[in-house]
Design a protein around this ligand. Structure first.
Ligand code: UDP
Length: 328
């Protein structure tokens, strides 16, 4: 039986990865320090004898007993509200955490896949973003702690690959959504869903002309799964290339939820990328992957999930700090 360690196991993507690898017949070690993760996302796995949970912070020495074939490093805060609240932990998990996991992979002879991000492209000057684009990142802005940690993570991963011959994989994840997103993480989809369900107006930041491309979680997991099992060691974009402005997206949500909320405008957070769309030519050619779930279907499933949350959960929202606003 193949044994895999998944860090960030109680998070949004981590928990879906645990489900997928259990389904594929793997023995899964889930690891999380539960700063942003939630045990609710994996509590259905605790009864299985092919799942073990370690409550551990990967910035400290990581130990897993016995053989390990694969490591997926998905531990990291991943929303702008989190980087503002826990900037040092964000830097540490991308840098020190990745170093520990690369060391563990080397020790065990395991293949390691690390979760990188479209944020390595910053506020991109090339559109859509290909893997060859080096990015336009503000190192000292509020997003810098995440962006630079992830850029360092890619560098150290390539160094272990080239210097130690470690089998490494790097996925650059573009905006992904679906069930188990944290309601209060400040990201646009949970924010709009929560607002619609509470009967509040939808907050669009800036004039809403900035674009994103949203990938449904099942598609994202399939891409990651294929990448891990491939023999490709350079970074690869996984995301949905269908781009939409945030204003149009807010209008879609109002239509989907059948509510009569209005859109209200708030200041654009600092360094908020103006446009983002993955070029997925490489994923198509190398992994034979492309997204299958359209936004209408994916958003409906996501809304169905948010509707199951209790009234109490719905009230536990946090709002972004607008003190670092952009003049754009
Ligand atoms: N956004 C918004 N209203 C919100 C939350 C986010 O208009 O209540 C915008 C945000 O400014 C950004 C986009 O939605 O342009 C996506 O934000 P998110 O935090 O989901 O992810 P990002 O892609 O910026 O990391």
């Amino acid at each position: 039986m193949k044994r895999i360690l998944i860090t960030g196991a109680a998070g949004f993507l981590g928990s879906h990865l645990c489900d997928r690898f259990i389904k594929e017949g793997y023995y899964v070690f889930g690891m999380d320090n539960l700063i942003t993760g939630d045990l609710k996302n994996i509590e259905h796995l605790f009864k299985l004898d092919t799942f073990e949970f370690y409550h551990h912070d990967v910035t400290k020495f990581v130990h897993v007993p016995g053989q390990l074939h694969y490591i997926l490093h998905f531990a990291s805060p991943a929303s702008p509200i989190d980087y503002l609240k826990i900037p040092i932990q964000t830097l540490k998990v991308g840098a020190l955490g990745t170093h520990n996991l690369l060391g563990l992979a080397k020790e065990k002879g395991a293949r390691i896949l690390i979760a990188s991000t479209s944020e390595v492209y910053g506020d991109p000057l090339v559109h859509p973003q290909t893997e060859e684009y080096y990015g336009n990142v503000n190192t000292i802005g509020p997003r810098g702690v995440y962006d630079e940690a992830k850029r360092f993570q890619e560098s150290i991963t390539m160094a272990y690959h080239r210097f130690h011959g470690l089998e490494t994989r790097i996925v650059r994840i573009f905006n992904t959504y679906g069930p188990r997103m944290r309601l209060n993480d400040g990201r646009v989809i949970p924010a709009f869903m929560g607002q619609a369900l509470r009967g509040e107006d939808l907050t669009v930041f800036g004039d809403g002309a900035q674009t994103r491309s949203f990938c449904y979680v099942d598609d994202q997991i399939e891409g990651i799964y294929r990448l891990l099992l491939s023999d490709y060691s350079l970074p690869i974009n996984i995301g949905n290339p269908h781009e939409i402005t945030i204003k149009e997206f807010a209008e879609e949500i109002i239509k989907l939820t059948g509510t009569d909320q209005k859109i209200i405008y708030k200041p654009l957070p600092k360094d908020d990328p103006l446009q983002r769309q993955p070029d997925i030519t490489k994923a198509k050619e190398i992994l034979g992957w492309e997204p299958k779930v359209g936004r209408e279907e994916g958003m409906k499933k996501t809304y169905d999930y948010f509707r199951t949350l209790s009234k109490e959960d719905l009230e536990k929202t946090e709002h972004r700090d607008f003190t670092t606003r952009n003049k754009r």
